[in-house]
Design a protein around this ligand. Structure first.
Ligand code: UD1
Length: 430
């Protein structure tokens, strides 16, 4: 799609966030662990979720939309262990199906997954975990196969608290009777949301500091579960309010999950009011806040998925800023695009050095990752003239149901158009 942002408007009003994409994806994957009906509520209608639903249908699940955001998922026919390559390649989270499908079907095979090109994206920790659980793994022409004959519980240490590897091991261990212990697991709210669903399905899960214990069961049952709010989308709208200036309240969110961002905004001099399920941000826009230092780290550190949006914000702060990215090594493609808009950013390895400027100017920029896309739209909110964001592969829609519509409802002036394969505009959708 092509997004044209006319800068210079402040944002006012309330915006409610949907369920978290990154929680919904593993929750959907977990439904293969049982034949019974699992009902998931507050599932966001975003591209990645649609891909995961298509994947579930391709392996034998029936997925019914009961009402907006509410899905009933149950086994329709005998599960198959090999989802189609075309679907798997669209989404990194598709790899989460390897362990659960193996545990239920006896064997599984998945090509290496795709997703946004933001780093090397190895799956070694997923494989290490599955191997420790007794899976027999084999690789062939870029895909991984797993066999379940000798599964057993295990003690697994993760060298790095990978979100996906933690989820992969938790789900697989949930169907292996006995106690599996994961040390140094990811502690993200989305991981804990998956734990809550697995508990409802009959597994025992204990979360301790630095450790996660899974008491697996021979059989898991159906459950009803509500997806937690999307902290990354909530954060995106808060940063939108901070950069554009105005008074924005994000509702139906969980402020506790946003602490790293909220304390950073406060440190920069941006007014933030936290309530039980909402956060209000009040700002005077570019130049009204100071620069600072941000280090993207595993939860509860500052989320890497808000790093691009934060870079847009800091590019118009007073003074200099430093952003260090420790999670994804190539996650700075948006920096060059922000520079085209007048930002002063210098990259040194995984560090970005930013000299705040008074304002940005409209330019044609392109995106290759969902959050970079959001960051460039936010930068466009304060750029002089029109900013044209070319999102050829629909990255923004992978994670936002209606970013443009939501920002327009807050007072922005943005037009979204669909691109044909050749790149010309076919239809104006907003
Ligand atoms: C999830 C999120 C993604 C977010 C990321 C980090 C979902 C669907 N996606 O991705 O939006 O940016 O967490 O918060 O939840 N790594 C390895 N070996 C592995 C696995 C990961 O080295 O086996 C490395 C990765 O290359 C990366 C880092 O660990 O550098 C983080 O990856 P991980 O936490 O696994 O992220 P994802 O689960 O893929």
């Amino acid at each position: 799609m092509r997004v044209t942002v006319y800068g210079g408007r402040r944002l006012f009003g309330e915006i409610a966030v949907d369920g978290a994409k990154n929680a919904a994806l593993p929750l959907l994957a977990a439904t293969v662990l049982t034949d019974d009906e699992v009902i998931l509520e507050n599932v966001p209608d975003v591209g990645d979720v649609r891909t995961m639903i298509a994947l579930l249908e391709s392996v034998g699940k029936r997925v019914l939309l009961l009402e907006p955001g509410v899905y009933s998922i149950r086994t329709e026919r005998e599960l198959v262990g090999t989802p189609p390559e075309e679907l798997v390649r669209r989404l990194r989270a598709s790899f989460l199906l390897l362990g659960p499908l193996m545990a239920r079907h006896g064997s599984s095979q998945l090509p290496l997954p795709g997703g946004c090109p933001i780093g090397v994206r190895p799956v070694d920790l997923h494989l290490k975990g599955l191997r420790a659980l007794g899976a027999e793994l084999s690789s062939q022409g870029g895909s991984w196969g797993a066999r379940a004959e000798r599964l057993h519980p295990a003690e697994i240490h993760l060298d790095y608290p990978s979100v996906g590897a933690t989820e992969q091991i938790m789900m697989t261990a949930a169907l292996i009777p006995g106690r599996t212990v994961i040390s140094n697991p990811a502690q993200d709210p989305e991981v804990h949301d998956l734990a809550r669903l697995l508990i409802k399905m009959g597994a025992g899960i204990m979360i301790e500091p630095g450790r996660l214990q899974v008491e697996g069961a021979k059989k898991l049952s159906g459950a009803v579960h509500t997806v937690i709010p999307d902290r990354i989308n909530a954060g995106t709208f808060l940063i939108a309010g901070a950069i554009a200036g105005g008074d924005v309240t994000v509702t139906r969110c969980q402020p506790l999950h946003l602490e790293a961002l909220l304390s950073k905004l406060d440190e920069l001099g941006i007014t933030v009011h936290e309530h039980v399920e909402s956060v209000r941000v009040i700002s005077d826009g570019p130049g009204s806040f100071v620069g600072g230092r941000v280090e993207a780290r595993p939860y509860p550190g500052f989320p890497t998925d808000l790093q691009p949006q934060m870079m847009a914000l800091l590019s118009v702060a007073r003074g200099s800023s430093i952003i260090k990215e420790t999670v994804w090594e190539s996650r700075f493609a948006h920096a060059a695009e922000l520079v085209r808009m007048g930002a002063q950013i210098r990259l040194e390895g995984s560090t970005a050095l930013i000299e705040g400027v008074a304002g940005l100017s409209g330019a044609e920029v392109s995106v290759n990752d969902v959050r970079a896309g959001a960051a460039l739209v936010l930068a466009g909110l304060i750029a002089e003239g029109a900013t044209v964001v070319i999102d050829r592969d629909e990255h923004i829609r992978r994670g936002y149901r209606d970013l443009v519509g939501d920002l327009n409802r807050l007072g922005a002036a943005i037009i979204e158009e669909t691109l044909t394969v050749e790149g010309s505009v076919t239809a104006e959708t907003r």
